[in-house]
Ligand binder design. Structure first.
Ligand SMILES: [Zn+2]
Ligand SMILES: [Zn+2]
Length: 295
């Protein structure tokens, strides 16, 4: 399979709107941008799997020549707006609005995330009902943490990353993250994709440096060929629900993926070339919007 990172930035993008911090100034000078994170996987049969739909999604399809009519499956990691605002393009597909599609797209999403997002992205504010779970244009499949499913012959395992759990713990002044999404009703999912040829790709964005134990066990057991891990900050604490650079390097040493790069990089990180140097010293590939690699 071929993976393309359509965006590699965190919530505020790089450069952030009107921000004069050194990272944003440097990015403007060099013409670098990191849009909200999003990735597309091209299976060997040519069908595409999209992970997350940020607000810039339509522009991304054009910029990176993604044939969106070949997207049959969309996976959602969690409810936050930088990962989901683009879902309005999917929910609003209707015959009377001139849409004509061959078959509905499968939307794989945690139930709580669907309920939270569905109400938020109605264009008609008078109607705050949930969107239907099945129309001629999409079909929703509620996914559960640690319950594998298949997309044709690709096995997908959603694993809890602890991102929202860490934030809930921080807000409650706890000194460690909650243990499971059942406690909070708030899942954040990373995905492990296993191809029929045995190749494995893991995509872990919006993840806490204190990963849940079950997730650690799964990552220890499975051999990960290629990995995209988030690297939101240069240096931060676990309770932000994100990784910093030291956390990313420790992850690599612990789980030993064959090939690794990062995404979800915020402007509270090093300047782009400094981050690339630091990662390269640790055997981690630098990333950029539009980067592709084969698993
Ligand atoms: Zn995010
Ligand atoms: Zn900035």
């Amino acid at each position: 399979m071929k993976v393309t990172l359509l965006g590699t930035g965190a919530d505020h993008c790089i450069p952030a709107f009107r921000c004069l911090c050194p990272v944003c100034q440097d990015a403007r000078k060099r013409g670098i941008t990191r849009q909200n994170s999003c990735a597309v996987i091209e299976r060997d049969d040519g069908n595409l799997i999209l992970i997350d739909m940020p607000p810039q999604i339509m522009l991304m399809f054009g910029n990176y020549h993604i044939p969106d009519e070949k997207i049959y499956d969309v996976l959602i990691t969690h409810r936050h707006a930088d990962h989901t605002l683009g879902l309005r393009y999917l929910f609003h597909g209707k015959h009377e609005k001139g849409f004509s599609v061959k078959e509905p797209v499968n939307l794989h999403i945690p139930k709580q995330a669907f309920e939270s997002i569905s109400k938020k992205i109605h264009s008609d504010k008078k109607d705050l009902q949930l969107h239907p779970t099945e129309t001629d244009f999409y079909k929703i499949h509620f996914i559960e943490t640690y319950k594998s499913f298949t997309i044709r012959d690709t096995k997908v395992t959603p694993i809890e990353t602890g991102h929202l759990l860490a934030k809930i713990a921080r807000d409650a002044n706890l000194d460690k993250p909650l243990k499971s999404s059942e406690q909070s009703g708030e899942a954040t999912l990373g995905f492990i994709f296993e191809n029929a040829d045995g190749k494995t790709f893991a995509y872990l964005l919006d993840a806490s440096m204190k990963l849940p134990q079950r997730t650690v066990e799964i990552l220890e057991k499975k051999k990960i060929d290629s990995l995209i891990l988030e690297c939101t900050y240069s240096h931060e604490s676990w309770f932000t629900g994100h990784f910093d650079i030291d956390g990313v390097v420790e992850f690599k040493e612990k789980f030993k993926p064959d090939w690794m790069s990062v995404s979800h990089v915020s402007h509270k990180n090093l300047k782009t070339s400094d981050l690339a140097d630091k990662l390269a010293k640790n055997g981690i590939k630098p990333s950029f919007d539009g980067m592709s690699f084969t698993v």
